[in-house]
Design a binder for this molecule. Structure first.
Ligand code: SF4
Length: 186
């Protein structure tokens, strides 16, 4: 039906965008996306997720993001943002913001694999990797998809250190930097 509608729209000079399914098990997403692109003569395809499981109300922005990455890798063109309120209630402003960021993360994860856009996406990840290797926190916040959230979590306990909380005093990056500094000074 979608394929037929796209053909009729195009014949009438009307642009058509296809909306795909919103609930698909993870192992069926790739086939589903490829079939839709094929049957609609590669019309732009957007998906709401798809959600890979139905058991997680309150976390549907995450179940959608998991499916969104797979769909994006398979050729979906747009991901529709899903909020934590999906299937439960109207979203609050905070829900919309959270859902939008999570969907952007999914789209970026897919972009990292897609020819034509992956160079730009990987350059962004490289910027973060370099900032981490330098223990450059301002660089890390600037490279974060949500700098305000990253900054808030980093400073919420008021502990100021140049390492993160994983290895703290045993931070391999800090120890390596100090060793290199000692080496330089002989
Ligand atoms: S503390 Fe550990 S996880 Fe954190 S930056 Fe250093 S090596 Fe990496």
């Amino acid at each position: 039906m979608l394929g037929e509608l796209v053909r009729r729209a195009r014949k009438a000079g009307v642009q058509a965008m296809v909306e795909g399914p919103g609930h698909v098990p993870a192992d069926e997403i790739e086939t589903s996306v490829k079939a839709m692109k094929h049957l609609t003569d590669r019309a732009p395809l957007y998906l709401l997720g798809p959600l890979v499981t139905d058991i997680a109300p309150g976390y549907d922005h995450i179940t959608a993001a998991i499916g969104g990455v797979i769909a994006g890798m398979a050729g979906a063109d747009f991901l529709c943002a899903t909020t934590p309120s999906e299937h439960l209630d109207l979203p609050t402003k905070e829900d919309v913001i959270e859902g939008t960021y999570v969907t952007r993360v999914a789209a970026h994860a897919a972009d990292l694999t897609r020819p034509g856009v992956r160079e730009r996406a990987r350059a962004w990840d490289l910027r973060m990797a370099k900032s981490r290797a330098e223990l450059d926190w301002e660089g890390q916040f600037n490279a974060a998809i949500n700098p305000a959230k990253a900054r808030q979590i980093r400073h919420r306990r008021g502990v100021e250190t140049d390492t993160c909380t994983m290895c703290s005093e045993l931070c391999a990056i800090r120890l390596a930097k100090e060793a290199m500094e000692r080496e330089k000074q002989g």
